[in-house]
Design a protein around this ligand. Structure first.
Ligand SMILES: N=c1c2ncn([C@@H]3O[C@H](COP(=O)(O)OP(=O)(O)OP(=O)(O)O)[C@@H](O)[C@H]3O)c2ncn1[C@@H]1O[C@H](COP(=O)(O)O)[C@@H](O)[C@H]1O
Length: 93
C-alpha cells in the first residue's frame, strides 16, 4: 500500500531529523520501551474495538496500531521491503 511507504518515509525522517512538536520524534526520543508500550496499548484497543460493533472505531484503532508498528519497525531498522520479502516467501496461490 502506497500510504504505508509514505508513512515509512515520514517516520524515518522524524527519527533522523527530529522535529519539534512531532509525536513520532517524541516516541523515538523516549526509546524502545515507550514504543513497545504503545504497541501493546494499541493492540489491546484493537482487541476491545473488535468486540464492539462500531466498524469506524475498529478502523481507527487498526490505523493507530499500523502507525505504531511502523515506528517500532524503524526503531529496529526493519523496512517494509523486508516484511514484503518475507510475506512473498510465504505466499501460496
Ligand atoms: N499516523 C499517525 C498517528 N496515529 C496516531 N498518532 C498519534 O499517536 C498518539 C496516540 O494517542 P494516545 O491517546 O494513545 O497517546 P497520548 O496520550 O497522546 O500519548 P502517550 O503519552 O500515551 O504517548 C496521538 O498523539 C496521535 O496523534 C499518530 N501520529 C502520527 N502519525 C503519522 O505520522 C506522521 C508524522 O506525525 P508527527 O510525528 O506528529 O509529525 C503523520 O503525518 C501521520 O502520517
Amino acid at each position: 500500500m502506497d500510504i504505508l511507504s509514505t508513512m515509512e518515509e515520514v517516520i524515518s525522517l522524524r527519527k533522523e531529523k527530529p522535529k519539534e512538536g512531532s509525536y513520532t520524534s517524541y516516541l523515538f526520543n523516549e526509546g524502545l520501551d515507550k514504543i513497545l508500550k504503545k504497541v501493546g496499548e494499541e493492540s489491546t484497543e484493537v482487541i476491545i474495538a473488535s468486540k464492539n460493533s462500531d466498524k469506524n472505531e475498529l478502523i481507527s484503532e487498526l490505523a493507530d496500531l499500523c502507525y505504531h508498528i511502523l515506528v517500532l519497525m524503524k526503531e529496529k531498522e526493519i523496512s517494509l521491503k523486508e516484511i514484503e520479502k518475507e510475506l512473498k516467501i510465504r505466499l501460496k496461490k
